[in-house]
Write a protein that binds this ligand. Sequence first.
Ligand SMILES: C[S@@+](CC[C@H](N)C(=O)[O-])C[C@H]1O[C@@H](n2cnc3c(N)ncnc32)[C@H](O)[C@@H]1O
Length: 342
Amino acid sequence: MTIQEKDIADHGAVIGVRELALSAAGAAALRAAVRIGVAEVLEDDPKSPADLAKALNVNAEMLARLLRALTQHGVFNETPRGYAHTSTSRLLREGDPNSLKYYVLWVTEPWTWELWPHLEEAVRNGRGGFEEKYGTDFFSYLHAMWPESAEVFNKAQTELSRLANNAVAAALDLRGVGSLVDIAGGHGYTLTSLLAKNRDLNGILFDLPPVVADADPRLREGGEFASRARIVGGDCLQEIPVQADVYLFKNILEWADEKSVRALRNAAKAGHKDSRIFIITNMIDGSPEIKFTTGTDLLFLLNSDGRKHTAETITAVVKNADLRIVNRQPVNSYLHLVEAAI
Ligand SMILES: C[S@@+](CC[C@H](N)C(=O)[O-])C[C@H]1O[C@@H](n2cnc3c(N)ncnc32)[C@H](O)[C@@H]1O
């Protein structure tokens, strides 16, 4: 490497570190734009910051600064006639079919800013320590103390499920399966799509009682799938009171391993000898979307002593539950399906 090439490489590293250290500014700007609703009022034609500020009832100069910063990240596009949508900013609108509005809010909620400073301590001590700090587990705390955030979370899960939906439905071969219970299935978005695709399937939505209280109306009395659906509220760490042919765990065995083992054991206890267990999870190794997965891995460390899995760690969890893995395959660019037998 010549001295000049080394200077350029060093400068690239300097830029990289400066930008990475300021990542919080990007996250905060995105959150502010979503909360204010910029992408919702921007239509097909570009709009000046002054017009946008008027429509949004915010300060025009500050909005211009926010838009300028987000434009540097490719979120909006600056044109001579004002700011315009990009394919990124369209994802911040609630009505967009691929909307990530609630996902953005979820991963930038005020409690996340409270937890991030504890990362150093977690690395030193080997534990996230949420329960020690807050006196209870994350989900109980979320529902008791941050109910608005719990609502944001449920909507974010529905958004993520919607994005992965077709790939998940294609990956799960449910031919000949009579019943499936979606453990920790949120509001039931995944379950409704499995019921839509598999016309002989009966589905059970299982999640915490306050979550299933808001289950998708299509699963409830009078809904499109009511005759093939049941809704059960409960705690999968205590008991799974449902016998089914398939137990689906999508993005849930990502808390502390000991809890994941307990939930799997409870499914095995509830099932019959031929029941199968489908685990859908982000996999760190082999994932093209590695920054998304490793970033979430750190957040889960802090909020639940949880993790995103490698092939090795998910295999250990399944083995510790006295189950065996019979199949593992990618679902999309960030999810894997791991199938276990009792
Ligand atoms: C990351 S979300 C996954 C939701 C859904 N499976 C999906 O993929 O969209 C985790 C879910 O676990 C539920 N949950 C957390 N603790 C639970 C427990 N002890 N028993 C049952 N569900 C639980 C939450 O309410 C939430 O809906």
